[in-house]
Design a protein around this ligand. Structure first.
Ligand SMILES: [Cu+2]
Length: 68
């Protein structure tokens, strides 16, 4: 399933890198693109992925994620 999240609060490549690294750590998530300029993260997830958990984890990193 293709998902796009809006991610507020990323101000530099370091921030987008942290979000990307977190998404990469989830084995159910692939085809990850984190776009700093558009404030979004796009990826493909399989049915092992709980999107609410992903959103919560990104929030814990210090950003505001919402399903788009
Ligand atoms: Cu940053």
């Amino acid at each position: 399933m293709k998902k796009t999240l809006s991610v507020e609060g990323m101000t530099c490549m370091h921030c987008s890198g942290r979000v990307k690294k977190y998404l990469e750590s989830n084995s159910g998530i692939s085809n990850i693109t984190v776009d700093l300029g558009n404030k979004e993260a796009a990826f493909t997830c399989d049915n092992t992925v709980n999107l609410d958990t992903v959103i919560k984890d990104i929030t814990e990193l210090g950003y505001t994620a919402k399903e788009r």
